[in-house]
Design a protein around this ligand. Structure first.
Ligand code: GLP
Length: 258
């Protein structure tokens, strides 16, 4: 894994945006972008939006696949991930809403919808670059600890910790759904490139466990160790528990470094 340690969260956003922009440009105008929710990638999306506004990047023919969606919210709920992504990605980045895909958590049978979503990703030709955040417990997407390393899109139950962490987006903890549909770990691994961003000391344990192992379903992010082209971009606070931080600074001080 390539680990890029940046001085500040703003540098994380700029660095990760340049990695994503490069991947999208080399995939061509119809690139497929994997998008994550949560606060971690928001500044990265703002950087991409600024590049679009400046005419440096054209994403109008790019399609997106969301990592996950809550099950149990009313359709159109402000905190459903389809809505969050419409506000934070589709509109500011000038994407075609018709090319935006999310797991259909409102389908009569969510498990059938999960299989259809997996097929849709496959039929699109696959994700060129997957943007990821990470949960404080090491989850990626909504693959909670103990998720199968070979998992595909499916229904999952959220841990109490994830529901507490995400309660800040809702009026109360009671409103946070218990279930979700999420791409599996094997689905995420299929992306041709993965870019994970993390900022702040609250993520330091998850980042170190993801990058420095061991590979275990108890830290779902650690599955990225199996990915051929994964870049982890963190600020100093999120890098605090990395044992090889000095090595990463020397080896990957620039995002294009080997
Ligand atoms: C949610 C999302 C994840 C995200 C995580 C971290 O649980 N399903 O994709 O990485 O939150 O969120 P944040 O970036 O807000 O810390």
């Amino acid at each position: 894994m390539k680990v890029v340690i940046c001085p500040t969260p703003a540098d994380v956003a700029r660095t990760a945006a340049s990695v994503v922009a490069l991947a999208v440009r080399s995939a061509g105008p119809e690139a497929v972008l994997g998008v994550a929710t949560g606060s971690s990638p928001l500044a990265l999306y703002e950087e991409l939006a600024a590049a679009v506004r400046a005419g440096e990047l054209d994403l109008s023919h790019v399609s997106t696949f969301a990592l996950d969606e809550y099950v149990g919210l009313p359709r159109g709920h402000r905190e459903s991930y389809a809505e969050v992504l419409r506000r934070t990605v589709t509109e500011p980045l000038g994407l075609d809403p018709a090319g935006m895909h999310s797991p259909d958590a409102w389908a009569p049978d969510p498990q059938v919808a999960a299989a259809a979503y997996e097929q849709a990703i496959h039929d699109s030709g696959g994700v060129d670059v997957q943007i990821l955040g990470i949960g404080a417990n090491g989850h990626i997407g909504f693959n909670e600890p103990s998720s199968s390393l070979g998992s595909r899109t499916r229904m999952k139950t959220l841990t109490a910790r994830t529901r507490r962490d995400n309660a800040r987006f809702f009026r109360s903890l009671n409103e946070v759904p218990h279930r979700c549909l999420t791409q599996g770990l094997a689905t995420i691994l299929d992306a041709r490139q993965a870019v994970l961003v993390a900022q702040g000391e609250a993520k330091a344990w998850a980042v170190a466990a993801t990058v420095e192992g061991p590979l275990t379903s108890m830290v779902p992010g650690s599955v990225l160790q199996l990915h051929e082209h994964a870049t982890v971009v963190v600020d100093e606070a999120a890098a605090r528990q990395l044992r090889l931080a000095d090595y990463y600074r020397e080896a990957y001080g620039r995002p294009d470094a080997a």
